[in-house]
Design a binder for this molecule. Sequence first.
Ligand SMILES: *Cc1c(COP(=O)(O)O)cnc(C)c1O
Length: 386
Amino acid sequence: MNNEKIWLSSPHMGGNELKYINEAFAENWIAPLGPNVTGFEADIKEYLTSEEIGSLEVAALSSGTAALHLALILSGVERGDEVICQSMTFAASANPIVYLGATPIFIDSEEETLNICPDQLEIAIKDRISKGKKPKAIIAVHLYGMPYKVDQIKAIADKYGIAIIEDSAESLGSTYKGRKCGTFGDFSILSFNGNKIITTSGGGAMITKNSETKKKAIFLATQARDDAPHYQHSEIGYNYRLSNISAGIGRGQMEVLDKRVQGRRNMFQFYVNLFRDIDGIKVFTEPNDDFHSNHWLSVINIDETKTGGVNREDLRKCMESENIECRPLWKPMHMQPVFNKYPYYGTGIAEEMFKNGLCLPSGSNLSDNDRSRIEQAILNCLKNIV
Ligand SMILES: *Cc1c(COP(=O)(O)O)cnc(C)c1O
């Protein structure tokens, strides 16, 4: 068997990406606008739209982080405001809050989906209001593709009249009660970074419910140029539009999105089978049929009291020595040096998951040979560490 590196999550091209890029070259659309950008937006819109949702609008942007930044601006977040954010997530969910001079308020996870805990969310909202400030927005994340508890979170947001920004960076192709992730927020964002379920090498999108908001997002994303023959600006703008070359990759990737979701779900099923009879290791699974994850990353939880003492770091390091990349879960934001001064509401569930959770190679491009190497390595590691 070869010993090439097996990655956690690597790009998986479909084949037609180069066709769209070649068109861009042939037409000289080498710019942050053009037919691929418009086409990519239309592809995403068609994918997400359903009768239940009605119409929605898609703005293709340079990254998921840029999409979050604009979503916060369009939610009216300003200097001195407070914004609630799930603590267990990638830093990109929280960074744009601080770009705006606002304060992140971090919330623990619940155990079933690893996402924002409804109980702690409501405790936090009440406490912030009692301190004189109602949070301006809630950033809720579908971590690793697993939908958050959409109905419960929305009920709380509605009760207090707070906007939801749905971070769907990891969950394109997931559904909750049959409806696609990316359609639940007042604003939703997607990411097409290189490690995500589909990629444009780097890119993102913002999903909104109406065309006026989309127009405003694109206005801000293209340096906020007023309608004038000269360059005139009445607002601060950004350079956040997606390039026509990257969007070409995105169009090719949208053609194979369903296959990519199936590929990731097959990896998840592989791990379910592999760990079925192994004590102390649980594969993180949908709590019930309302939840359907794209399983962007497969996650296990290790109980070292039942594995004969093997813990998460033991297994991660052992796999690394076999040239197989595994990673701890996202380190919660309230534990991060750059964020630990901000308020946090929780009971330690995210901390526990961070301590014992491990992400396993999950790419849709892994081969049978890769799977046997992973299986052998895991079984050997569990046998030989202690
Ligand atoms: C990847 C990611 C982002 C940011 O997306 P970029 O396109 O890399 O800027 C935001 N939130 C989460 C949860 C992510 O995983």
